[in-house]
Design a protein around this ligand. Structure first.
Ligand code: FES
Length: 233
């Protein structure tokens, strides 16, 4: 299979760009090289995504927490020296609302997002999301699971629902665990009818919870994420 990446600007056009020693004249690259989105994508695929390149000097970040930021194409990145002495290159964008995490260069004891203070470790893992409160924590002895509702706002009508199964001995694998967004709606039957009418896929029509009195339903968003609708008691 031919995987060659081709320039959208004909190679002949580059023949016009060179430095003429005799006259000291410089002939610039074709103007489209500086303005064409197609050429930018070509350059990204042919050069930047294909090979190693230098983003800085390791000696510029000698101590744990030393970092510098840089961009490659559309990606905002930073390099940071970890406590173990290695250098990690991580995305400089918060996974919550895409805020830039670090600016310029410096030393960070922890990587804390300036917008809502989510904190990441030097491996890029989320270690805390301050402000997220436990709205409700219920242990269901008969079902052998724990149900927790989390939210940034106690008066909210939306929350994150997480479930922990007591009999799970091993760490959860991706796709095994149970967690989703739960939205409170006053009339669940009316809400589900309206959603179904506008094309939303209904995974579970309104029914009473297995362990409780509330009426719940599950719908799927366009990306197949499960969203729970729940009626207030
Ligand atoms: S955007 Fe980073 S914590 Fe919200």
């Amino acid at each position: 299979m031919n995987t060659a990446v081709r320039s959208p600007i004909a190679i002949e056009e580059f023949d016009q760009s060179y430095f003429q020693h005799e006259t000291d004249e410089v002939y610039a690259l074709p103007p489209a090289c500086f303005t064409s989105e197609a050429f930018f994508q070509f350059e990204m695929n042919a050069v930047w995504k294909k090979q190693w390149f230098c983003v800085g000097r390791a000696s510029d970040i000698p101590k744990a927490g030393d970092f510098f930021t840089f961009e490659v194409g559309d990606d905002a990145l930073f390099a940071i020296r970890t406590r173990e002495g290695k250098i990690n290159v991580l995305s400089n964008v918060c996974r919550h609302r895409n805020m830039l995490l670090l600016e310029g260069a410096g030393n960070a004891r922890r990587i804390s997002c300036p917008l809502h203070a989510w904190v990441y470790n030097m491996e890029g893992e989320l270690v805390s999301a301050p402000g997220l409160k436990v709205l409700r924590h219920t242990d269901y002895e008969s079902g052998r699971f724990t149900n927790v509702f989390l939210s940034f706002n106690e008066n909210t009508e939306s929350s994150l629902e997480l479930t922990y199964n007591w009999d799970q001995k091993d760490p959860y694998e991706k796709g095994q665990a149970f967690g989703h967004l739960a939205l409170m709606v006053n009339d669940i039957h009316e809400a589900v009818d309206k959603l179904a009418h506008s094309g939303v896929r209904i995974k579970t029509p309104p029914k009473k919870m297995n362990h409780g009195q509330r009426i719940i339903a599950f719908v799927l968003d366009p990306d197949d994420y499960l969203i729970e609708l729940i009626e207030p008691i």
